[in-house]
Design a protein around this ligand. Structure first.
Ligand SMILES: C[S@@+](CC[C@H](N)C(=O)[O-])C[C@H]1O[C@@H](n2cnc3c(N)ncnc32)[C@H](O)[C@@H]1O
Length: 360
């Protein structure tokens, strides 16, 4: 295939640089906006093309040496070639742009991104795969494995687990390696940024509130941090192991329901909330709803339930700015946006976490 000379104009979601040839977007991984590169076109589609970096002809002042010997081959990280401060700037800009483009928002109350205190060595768990003696992660854009001895974005304890696993010559399969602080059910992956996320949400909620509905609650990470501020707390998650973990140390004011958030009203009724029942009564005061859905965002059903329920405060925690923008566009009908705060839960990768604080 042919090689093209390109000026990289932007960094798209997923972390690839975007150059243009006669208006057509060409995605080149491991580049930075402003760079002049030559890249080999490896996939040509009608609307866009994919290319592999051949040479950086004029490099960005933000270019740095990656810490990981597997960077560029391993499918995990996208940004190790970019100075950490600039990774943060790229993520902040991407959140703003997607909220404008998909969310159709104009004056965006976007706060500075909260960085990770540790740009490397932050992951408290990883899942590695073993096959035919190779133990590691999938290669980029491939189902083949790359043998990994050490993962620099993971903490020392997880890397010790990896060394132990490799020493045991494990059978083919998937192995989740975790620190003792990381629970077996869903838990946030970066302890320090998880603390910052929890503190941010605690700060967003005023004291003396009535009812908190923590939807997609996992083991109750947010609900338990907010107990002091609410009379009643209801958590909903369809993972029954997470719900069992949430119930273990639950106080009288906490109710955890194993079920689908799509059925949130039924779940809330089932919790027998008495005078605090919300149903579709929009006048119920001081109802706060936290949603922390998976990357697919909120289903149409859940969006409609929220528009019917109209909680006084809605806090949307998202791990996918594109689905967040789609959802906020619809929710904006009945809510105003107080603040939007990006967090860098996953340095060196293209992932972005965002918290949106909305009020009815
Ligand atoms: C991003 S995690 C959030 C967990 C939790 N808020 C925390 O911080 O630990 C998403 C959670 O949503 C749950 N989940 C995904 N889809 C769901 C659905 N339709 N109904 C209920 N729970 C769902 C998963 O089991 C998972 O625990």
């Amino acid at each position: 295939m042919r090689v093209a000379d390109l000026k990289i104009e932007d960094i798209g979601f997923g972390g690839k640089g975007v150059g243009r040839e006669q208006g057509k977007a060409i995605f080149v991984p491991y580049t930075i906006e402003g760079e002049l590169v030559s890249a080999e076109i490896v996939r040509e589609k009608k609307q866009f093309a994919e290319a592999e970096l051949v040479e950086v002809k004029a490099s960005s002042p933000h270019r740095v040496a990656p810490e990981c010997p597997y960077f560029g081959r391993c499918g995990g990280c996208a940004y190790q070639h970019i100075a950490y401060e600039h990774q943060l700037a790229i993520k902040w800009r991407q959140v703003r742009d997607v909220l404008q483009r998909i969310g159709k928002l104009k004056d965006i109350p976007l706060r500075p991104i909260i960085p990770s205190p540790k740009p490397y060595g932050y992951r408290n768990r990883i899942t590695v795969h073993a096959q035919d003696g190779v133990i590691g992660f999938f290669r980029r854009d491939s189902h083949r494995l790359i043998d990994v001895e050490r993962c620099p974005i993971s903490c020392d304890e997880v890397n010790r687990e990896l060394t132990d696993l490799r020493g045991r010559n494990p059978r083919d399969g998937h192995y989740t390696l975790r620190t003792s602080s990381s629970r077996r059910v869903f838990s946030q992956t970066n302890d320090e940024v998880a603390d910052a996320l929890r503190d941010l949400i605690v700060d967003l909620v005023p004291p003396n509130q009535d009812l908190l509905i923590d939807a997609y609650c996992g083991a109750g990470f947010f609900a338990k941090a907010l107990l002091d501020k609410f009379e009643r707390v209801v958590g909903i998650d369809w993972d029954k192991f997470a719900i069992a973990a949430a119930k273990e140390d639950a106080t009288e004011k906490e109710t955890y329901i194993a079920g689908d958030v799509a059925d949130v009203e039924a779940a809330v009724s089932a919790a027998n909330l008495g005078e605090l029942r919300v149903g579709t009564r929009a006048t119920t005061p001081n109802t706060t709803l936290i949603v922390d859905p998976p990357a697919t965002g909120l289903s149409a059903n859940v969006r409609h339930s929220i528009l019917d329920l109209v909680p006084t405060t809605l806090i949307y925690v998202s791990c996918n700015p594109a689905t967040l923008a789609r959802d906020v566009k619809e929710l904006h009908e009945k809510f105003t946006i107080n603040s939007i705060t990006p967090l860098d839960m996953f340095p060196q990768t293209a992932e972005i976490e965002v918290v949106v604080d909305l009020h009815a």
